[in-house]
Ligand binder design. Structure first.
Ligand code: PMV
Length: 320
Protein backbone atom coordinates (compact mmCIF):
# COMPACT_ATOMS: atom_id res chain seq x y z
CA UNK A 1 0.00 0.00 0.00
CA UNK A 2 1.21 3.53 -0.74
CA UNK A 3 1.91 5.25 2.62
CA UNK A 4 -0.04 8.39 3.49
CA UNK A 5 1.99 11.18 1.88
CA UNK A 6 3.35 14.14 3.88
CA UNK A 7 4.22 17.66 2.70
CA UNK A 8 7.86 17.60 1.57
CA UNK A 9 10.52 19.51 -0.34
CA UNK A 10 13.55 18.28 -2.26
CA UNK A 11 16.28 20.22 -3.97
CA UNK A 12 19.41 19.68 -6.03
CA UNK A 13 22.25 21.89 -7.26
CA UNK A 14 23.46 22.65 -10.77
CA UNK A 15 26.95 21.62 -11.85
CA UNK A 16 29.77 22.46 -14.20
CA UNK A 17 32.17 20.10 -15.89
CA UNK A 18 35.68 21.46 -15.28
CA UNK A 19 37.42 18.97 -17.56
CA UNK A 20 36.57 16.05 -19.81
CA UNK A 21 33.11 16.52 -21.35
CA UNK A 22 32.50 14.39 -24.44
CA UNK A 23 35.69 12.37 -23.86
CA UNK A 24 33.95 11.01 -20.73
CA UNK A 25 31.34 9.33 -22.97
CA UNK A 26 34.23 7.26 -24.44
CA UNK A 27 35.69 6.23 -21.09
CA UNK A 28 38.12 9.09 -20.40
CA UNK A 29 38.08 10.64 -16.90
CA UNK A 30 36.34 13.96 -16.27
CA UNK A 31 36.03 16.37 -13.34
CA UNK A 32 32.81 18.09 -12.30
CA UNK A 33 31.82 20.33 -9.40
CA UNK A 34 28.41 21.27 -7.98
CA UNK A 35 27.25 24.89 -8.23
CA UNK A 36 25.10 25.37 -5.17
CA UNK A 37 24.01 28.87 -6.19
CA UNK A 38 21.94 27.30 -8.95
CA UNK A 39 19.17 25.03 -7.70
CA UNK A 40 16.16 23.02 -8.71
CA UNK A 41 13.48 22.62 -6.04
CA UNK A 42 10.39 20.42 -5.89
CA UNK A 43 7.61 20.77 -3.33
CA UNK A 44 4.95 18.15 -2.69
CA UNK A 45 1.62 19.09 -1.13
CA UNK A 46 -0.69 16.16 -0.36
CA UNK A 47 -4.27 16.34 -1.60
CA UNK A 48 -6.99 16.49 1.04
CA UNK A 49 -8.64 13.55 -0.65
CA UNK A 50 -6.61 10.40 -1.35
CA UNK A 51 -8.61 9.67 -4.50
CA UNK A 52 -7.13 12.68 -6.29
CA UNK A 53 -4.36 12.24 -8.81
CA UNK A 54 -0.81 13.54 -8.80
CA UNK A 55 -0.75 16.98 -10.37
CA UNK A 56 2.47 18.54 -11.71
CA UNK A 57 3.07 22.27 -11.83
CA UNK A 58 6.21 23.66 -13.48
CA UNK A 59 5.72 27.38 -14.06
CA UNK A 60 9.09 27.73 -15.83
CA UNK A 61 7.81 25.60 -18.71
CA UNK A 62 4.15 26.65 -18.35
CA UNK A 63 3.13 23.15 -17.33
CA UNK A 64 0.16 22.41 -15.09
CA UNK A 65 -1.29 18.97 -15.64
CA UNK A 66 -2.01 15.59 -14.13
CA UNK A 67 0.60 12.84 -14.34
CA UNK A 68 -1.85 10.65 -16.23
CA UNK A 69 -2.06 13.31 -18.97
CA UNK A 70 1.70 13.47 -19.55
CA UNK A 71 3.37 11.17 -22.09
CA UNK A 72 5.46 8.60 -20.20
CA UNK A 73 8.51 9.81 -22.15
CA UNK A 74 8.09 13.39 -20.84
CA UNK A 75 11.13 14.04 -18.63
CA UNK A 76 9.01 15.01 -15.58
CA UNK A 77 6.76 11.96 -16.00
CA UNK A 78 9.82 9.75 -16.48
CA UNK A 79 11.40 11.24 -13.33
CA UNK A 80 8.30 10.50 -11.27
CA UNK A 81 7.77 7.01 -12.66
CA UNK A 82 11.47 6.09 -12.23
CA UNK A 83 11.37 7.35 -8.64
CA UNK A 84 8.27 5.32 -7.78
CA UNK A 85 9.86 2.27 -9.39
CA UNK A 86 13.10 2.76 -7.46
CA UNK A 87 11.17 3.10 -4.18
CA UNK A 88 8.84 0.21 -5.13
CA UNK A 89 5.80 2.44 -4.61
CA UNK A 90 3.00 1.08 -6.82
CA UNK A 91 0.91 4.25 -7.24
CA UNK A 92 1.77 7.94 -7.39
CA UNK A 93 0.72 9.81 -4.23
CA UNK A 94 -2.31 12.10 -4.49
CA UNK A 95 -1.33 15.74 -4.40
CA UNK A 96 0.49 18.55 -6.13
CA UNK A 97 4.16 18.48 -7.10
CA UNK A 98 5.57 21.92 -7.89
CA UNK A 99 8.92 22.18 -9.65
CA UNK A 100 11.06 25.31 -9.87
CA UNK A 101 14.58 25.83 -11.09
CA UNK A 102 17.10 28.66 -11.24
CA UNK A 103 19.35 26.54 -13.49
CA UNK A 104 19.07 27.67 -17.12
CA UNK A 105 17.95 24.81 -19.36
CA UNK A 106 20.00 23.62 -22.37
CA UNK A 107 23.02 25.49 -21.03
CA UNK A 108 25.28 22.63 -19.90
CA UNK A 109 24.65 23.27 -16.21
CA UNK A 110 22.88 20.02 -15.35
CA UNK A 111 19.34 21.41 -15.28
CA UNK A 112 17.62 18.18 -16.34
CA UNK A 113 19.45 15.94 -13.84
CA UNK A 114 18.92 18.49 -11.05
CA UNK A 115 15.17 18.72 -11.72
CA UNK A 116 14.88 14.91 -11.69
CA UNK A 117 16.83 14.60 -8.44
CA UNK A 118 14.92 17.42 -6.71
CA UNK A 119 11.69 15.76 -7.71
CA UNK A 120 12.87 12.30 -6.60
CA UNK A 121 13.96 13.73 -3.23
CA UNK A 122 10.61 15.48 -2.68
CA UNK A 123 8.64 12.36 -3.56
CA UNK A 124 10.80 10.08 -1.40
CA UNK A 125 10.53 12.47 1.57
CA UNK A 126 6.76 12.78 1.11
CA UNK A 127 6.51 9.02 1.39
CA UNK A 128 8.97 8.90 4.33
CA UNK A 129 11.42 6.88 2.29
CA UNK A 130 15.17 7.21 2.21
CA UNK A 131 16.77 7.98 -1.13
CA UNK A 132 20.53 7.41 -1.19
CA UNK A 133 22.72 9.53 -3.51
CA UNK A 134 23.43 6.32 -5.42
CA UNK A 135 19.69 5.68 -5.97
CA UNK A 136 19.08 9.34 -6.89
CA UNK A 137 21.89 9.20 -9.45
CA UNK A 138 20.48 5.98 -10.87
CA UNK A 139 17.01 7.51 -11.32
CA UNK A 140 18.44 10.61 -13.01
CA UNK A 141 20.68 8.50 -15.24
CA UNK A 142 17.63 6.56 -16.52
CA UNK A 143 15.88 9.82 -17.37
CA UNK A 144 19.04 11.30 -18.97
CA UNK A 145 19.47 8.23 -21.17
CA UNK A 146 15.89 8.56 -22.30
CA UNK A 147 16.41 12.24 -23.15
CA UNK A 148 19.95 12.34 -24.49
CA UNK A 149 20.56 8.87 -25.90
CA UNK A 150 24.07 8.07 -24.67
CA UNK A 151 24.87 9.66 -21.32
CA UNK A 152 28.08 9.04 -19.38
CA UNK A 153 26.38 9.52 -16.01
CA UNK A 154 28.59 12.41 -14.86
CA UNK A 155 25.72 14.91 -14.38
CA UNK A 156 23.52 12.65 -12.23
CA UNK A 157 26.54 11.53 -10.20
CA UNK A 158 27.94 14.95 -9.32
CA UNK A 159 24.48 16.37 -8.61
CA UNK A 160 23.31 13.43 -6.49
CA UNK A 161 26.51 13.42 -4.38
CA UNK A 162 26.77 17.23 -4.35
CA UNK A 163 30.53 17.11 -4.20
CA UNK A 164 33.45 17.73 -6.58
CA UNK A 165 34.39 14.47 -8.24
CA UNK A 166 36.66 12.67 -10.66
CA UNK A 167 34.44 10.49 -12.80
CA UNK A 168 35.04 7.60 -15.16
CA UNK A 169 32.07 5.94 -16.83
CA UNK A 170 31.28 2.59 -15.21
CA UNK A 171 33.53 3.17 -12.13
CA UNK A 172 32.70 4.50 -8.69
CA UNK A 173 33.31 8.27 -8.58
CA UNK A 174 36.32 9.54 -6.65
CA UNK A 175 35.37 12.46 -4.40
CA UNK A 176 37.81 15.36 -4.54
CA UNK A 177 38.71 17.75 -1.76
CA UNK A 178 40.04 20.95 -3.29
CA UNK A 179 42.26 22.74 -0.75
CA UNK A 180 41.33 26.27 -1.81
CA UNK A 181 38.16 27.91 -3.00
CA UNK A 182 37.57 27.94 -6.70
CA UNK A 183 36.30 31.15 -8.24
CA UNK A 184 34.49 30.48 -11.47
CA UNK A 185 32.59 32.81 -13.72
CA UNK A 186 29.81 30.99 -15.53
CA UNK A 187 28.75 32.89 -18.65
CA UNK A 188 25.81 31.99 -20.84
CA UNK A 189 26.03 32.51 -24.61
CA UNK A 190 22.23 32.63 -24.68
CA UNK A 191 22.41 30.14 -27.54
CA UNK A 192 20.73 26.88 -26.51
CA UNK A 193 22.93 23.78 -26.88
CA UNK A 194 21.38 20.37 -27.41
CA UNK A 195 23.28 17.66 -25.53
CA UNK A 196 21.65 14.97 -27.66
CA UNK A 197 22.72 16.63 -30.93
CA UNK A 198 26.22 17.48 -29.72
CA UNK A 199 26.86 13.94 -28.48
CA UNK A 200 25.49 12.52 -31.77
CA UNK A 201 27.69 14.88 -33.84
CA UNK A 202 30.82 13.80 -31.96
CA UNK A 203 29.77 10.16 -32.43
CA UNK A 204 29.44 10.66 -36.20
CA UNK A 205 32.91 12.26 -36.40
CA UNK A 206 34.34 9.51 -34.21
CA UNK A 207 32.83 6.80 -36.44
CA UNK A 208 34.37 8.51 -39.50
CA UNK A 209 37.84 8.61 -37.91
CA UNK A 210 38.09 6.56 -34.69
CA UNK A 211 41.86 6.65 -34.15
CA UNK A 212 42.10 10.45 -34.49
CA UNK A 213 39.28 10.89 -32.00
CA UNK A 214 40.67 8.30 -29.60
CA UNK A 215 43.86 10.36 -29.50
CA UNK A 216 41.90 13.52 -28.66
CA UNK A 217 39.91 11.71 -25.95
CA UNK A 218 43.13 10.36 -24.43
CA UNK A 219 44.63 13.88 -24.42
CA UNK A 220 41.52 15.24 -22.71
CA UNK A 221 41.65 12.39 -20.17
CA UNK A 222 45.29 13.27 -19.42
CA UNK A 223 44.17 16.86 -18.68
CA UNK A 224 41.60 15.57 -16.16
CA UNK A 225 44.30 13.45 -14.51
CA UNK A 226 46.67 16.40 -14.28
CA UNK A 227 43.90 18.69 -13.03
CA UNK A 228 43.04 16.31 -10.20
CA UNK A 229 46.45 16.94 -8.66
CA UNK A 230 46.42 20.70 -9.23
CA UNK A 231 42.92 20.97 -7.75
CA UNK A 232 44.12 19.37 -4.53
CA UNK A 233 46.86 22.06 -4.33
CA UNK A 234 44.68 24.96 -5.49
CA UNK A 235 47.17 25.74 -8.28
CA UNK A 236 45.07 28.17 -10.28
CA UNK A 237 47.55 29.14 -13.00
CA UNK A 238 48.18 25.48 -13.85
CA UNK A 239 44.45 24.67 -13.79
CA UNK A 240 43.80 27.63 -16.08
CA UNK A 241 46.35 26.40 -18.61
CA UNK A 242 44.74 22.95 -18.58
CA UNK A 243 41.32 24.54 -19.17
CA UNK A 244 42.72 26.43 -22.14
CA UNK A 245 44.16 23.23 -23.56
CA UNK A 246 40.86 21.41 -22.97
CA UNK A 247 39.03 24.15 -24.88
CA UNK A 248 41.43 23.73 -27.81
CA UNK A 249 40.66 19.99 -27.90
CA UNK A 250 36.90 20.66 -27.65
CA UNK A 251 37.28 22.93 -30.69
CA UNK A 252 38.88 20.01 -32.52
CA UNK A 253 35.87 17.88 -31.57
CA UNK A 254 33.67 20.50 -33.27
CA UNK A 255 31.53 21.37 -30.24
CA UNK A 256 32.66 24.94 -29.65
CA UNK A 257 31.02 27.88 -31.44
CA UNK A 258 32.21 31.34 -32.49
CA UNK A 259 30.45 32.83 -29.48
CA UNK A 260 31.99 30.31 -27.05
CA UNK A 261 35.45 30.92 -28.58
CA UNK A 262 34.98 34.70 -28.35
CA UNK A 263 33.94 34.51 -24.70
CA UNK A 264 36.91 32.27 -23.84
CA UNK A 265 39.27 34.72 -25.58
CA UNK A 266 37.67 37.71 -23.81
CA UNK A 267 38.05 35.98 -20.45
CA UNK A 268 41.73 35.20 -20.96
CA UNK A 269 42.51 38.65 -22.36
CA UNK A 270 40.96 40.28 -19.31
CA UNK A 271 42.99 38.23 -16.85
CA UNK A 272 41.28 34.85 -16.31
CA UNK A 273 43.66 31.95 -15.58
CA UNK A 274 41.82 29.89 -18.18
CA UNK A 275 38.47 29.44 -19.87
CA UNK A 276 36.54 26.75 -21.70
CA UNK A 277 33.05 25.74 -22.68
CA UNK A 278 31.29 23.54 -20.14
CA UNK A 279 28.88 20.68 -20.81
CA UNK A 280 27.92 19.55 -24.28
CA UNK A 281 28.79 22.83 -26.06
CA UNK A 282 27.29 23.88 -29.42
CA UNK A 283 25.92 26.81 -27.39
CA UNK A 284 25.23 26.93 -23.68
CA UNK A 285 27.76 28.13 -21.15
CA UNK A 286 31.48 28.68 -20.72
CA UNK A 287 33.48 28.94 -17.51
CA UNK A 288 36.43 31.14 -16.61
CA UNK A 289 38.75 30.55 -13.67
CA UNK A 290 39.49 33.83 -11.88
CA UNK A 291 40.54 35.19 -8.51
CA UNK A 292 39.21 38.02 -6.37
CA UNK A 293 41.40 40.60 -8.14
CA UNK A 294 40.34 39.70 -11.69
CA UNK A 295 36.71 38.54 -11.19
CA UNK A 296 35.01 41.92 -11.78
CA UNK A 297 37.14 42.75 -14.81
CA UNK A 298 36.58 39.34 -16.44
CA UNK A 299 32.85 39.48 -15.73
CA UNK A 300 32.62 42.91 -17.40
CA UNK A 301 34.66 41.69 -20.39
CA UNK A 302 32.39 38.66 -20.84
CA UNK A 303 29.26 40.81 -20.81
CA UNK A 304 30.88 43.29 -23.23
CA UNK A 305 31.74 40.34 -25.54
CA UNK A 306 28.06 39.37 -25.72
CA UNK A 307 27.44 36.96 -22.82
CA UNK A 308 23.77 37.06 -21.79
CA UNK A 309 24.71 36.47 -18.15
CA UNK A 310 28.01 36.12 -16.30
CA UNK A 311 27.81 35.07 -12.64
CA UNK A 312 30.73 34.95 -10.23
CA UNK A 313 30.70 31.74 -8.18
CA UNK A 314 33.03 31.59 -5.22
CA UNK A 315 33.08 27.87 -4.47
CA UNK A 316 34.47 27.33 -0.99
CA UNK A 317 36.18 23.97 -0.32
CA UNK A 318 33.36 23.04 2.09
CA UNK A 319 30.78 23.41 -0.69
CA UNK A 320 32.75 21.40 -3.25
O1 PMV B 1 25.44 19.56 -21.42
P1 PMV B 1 25.38 18.64 -20.25
O2 PMV B 1 25.44 19.32 -18.95
O3 PMV B 1 24.26 17.68 -20.33
O4 PMV B 1 26.75 17.80 -20.27
C1 PMV B 1 26.91 16.72 -21.11
C2 PMV B 1 28.28 16.14 -20.94
C3 PMV B 1 28.67 15.21 -22.10
O5 PMV B 1 29.97 14.72 -21.77
C4 PMV B 1 28.75 15.99 -23.40
C5 PMV B 1 27.70 14.07 -22.26
C6 PMV B 1 27.75 13.02 -21.17
O6 PMV B 1 26.83 12.19 -21.13
O7 PMV B 1 28.73 12.98 -20.40
Amino acid sequence: MTPRPQPATGSASGKVILFGEHAVVYGAPAIAVPINGLRATATFTPAADSLSELEIVADGIALNTRLSKLATGHPLAAAILETLRSLTIPNPPAGKLQVQSTIPAAAGLGSSAAVTIALARALAASLSRELTPHAAAHIAQSVETLQHGTASGIDPTVIAHNTALYFKKGSDPIFLQPSKSLMLIVADTGEPGSTRNAVAAVRARYDANPSHHQTIFAQIGALSDAARGWLANGAQAELGELMHENQRLLQLLGVSTTMLDNLCAAARQSGAFGAKLTGAGTGGCMIALVDRQTAGRVQAALLAAGAKTASINDLAPATL
